[in-house]
Design a binder for this molecule. Structure first.
Ligand code: SAM
Length: 342
């Protein structure tokens, strides 16, 4: 089989699956450790990181990413856990950024350690950054994350802008009775700054799958709250390979944009172009399905570049047409989000 990038029914580059889609976007979790304990993602009571020897080294991550890019992956996102808690991330960024054919390299972070790292990351070749920030209120921030660190995150956002990591995206997961009322405050940020605020529906993964812990708020409710407070949201047309799955809008006169990501009330599967590499070396073709391909054993048994490509091709070939959510089974999966990479 020839694993070089090809184009097909869905057009564009990427690794083909069995349903006419192409995986052109690889999300790489560089660690399962995190410096926050968000109630819906990494609650302190159940946080159980893997032993270090089970986590891929940077050399192993680079070996997988190199072959993925050779096969047509065009966008790589580094995530975690919290990627900035892993030492030396800039060296990995520099090596991935140098791969020929890669169009976009970005990072998802909670922003707590970003202020001191933004410039070095940009210098290493990082193009853009997503900062997860669920509240602009210090008390609510601490309630959700278990840490009084809102000021550090806001400094991180400023440092990212100053370092040219733009447009910065701010990811918000609205939670009923906790931060959902802040939706207009987040949208208001886009009037003054060229940021992209993304409201993401809470997915039934890990602690978020347990109904008595936290409940998400659906996109229509959030959109209505934003429009009632700030006026109509006009759609931003167009979508390309590098855009995420968000439906994008802008308020009148805004410098930035507001987006909605609807994994729960929408139908993301037919256009899914993602493949995930977990920190412990599993390829995961669907966020909500626990089917995984073990690429760590390929790497640690002296696998060749060809073997790595074969593992990548097999993982993408096994990508389901629709995840459990689209089959009507709105249930959680065995892994928690901080170990998958979100
Ligand atoms: N630590 C980094 C961060 O905070 O962005 C990267 C990892 S974190 C798992 C990535 C994203 O997943 C965060 O924006 C977080 O809010 C989101 N997330 C975690 N659990 C989620 C869930 N059940 N539903 C929706 N988003 C979730």
């Amino acid at each position: 089989m020839d694993y070089r990038p090809t184009s097909g029914p869905c057009g564009g580059p990427g690794i083909p699956d069995a349903h006419g889609r192409r995986a052109s976007y690889l999300r790489v979790s560089v660690t399962d450790r995190c410096n926050l304990r968000c109630a819906y993602c990494t609650p302190a009571a159940s946080f159980c990181p893997k032993p270090h020897q089970e986590i891929l080294t940077y050399e192993e991550i680079l070996a997988v990413v190199t072959q993925a890019v050779a096969m047509g992956v065009r966008k790589v996102r580094l995530t975690g856990g919290e990627p900035l808690v892993r030492r030396g991330l800039e060296t990995l960024v520099e090596k991935i950024a140098a791969l020929p054919g890669l169009l976009d390299l970005c990072l998802t972070t909670n922003g707590v350690l970003l202020a001191d790292r933004a410039k070095a990351l940009a210098d290493a070749g990082l193009k853009r950054i997503n900062v997860s920030l669920d509240s602009l209120d210090a008390e609510t921030f601490a309630r959700i994350t278990g840490r009084d660190a809102l000021d550090s995150v806001l400094s991180g956002l400023e440092a990212a802008e100053a370092a040219g990591l733009s447009p910065t995206k701010i990811n918000v997961v609205p939670l009923a009775g906790i931060n959902a009322r802040e939706a207009p405050d987040f949208a208001r940020l886009t009037l003054e700054k060229p940021v992209a605020v993304r409201f993401i529906e809470l997915m039934p993964v890990g602690p978020a799958a347990s109904r008595n812990r936290v409940a998400g708020v659906d996109t229509q409710t959030i959109r209505r709250a934003v429009e009632d407070a700030l006026g109509p949201l006009s759609p931003i047309p167009g979508h390309d390979l590098l855009d995420g799955p968000a439906e994008r809008f802008a308020l009148a006169g805004a410098k930035g944009e507001v987006g909605f990501i609807t994994p729960v009330t929408g139908h993301p599967c037919p256009s899914c172009n993602r493949l995930r590499l977990t920190a412990d070396g599993k390829l995961r073709p669907c966020l909500l399905s626990d089917a995984e391909t073990d690429i760590r054993s390929v790497l640690r048994s002296g696998g060749s570049e060809r073997d790595i490509q074969q593992a990548l091709a097999a993982a993408v070939a096994a990508k389901p047409a629709a995840g459990p959510r689209n089959q009507g089974v709105l249930s959680g999966c065995a892994r928690v989000m901080h170990s998958i990479g979100g």
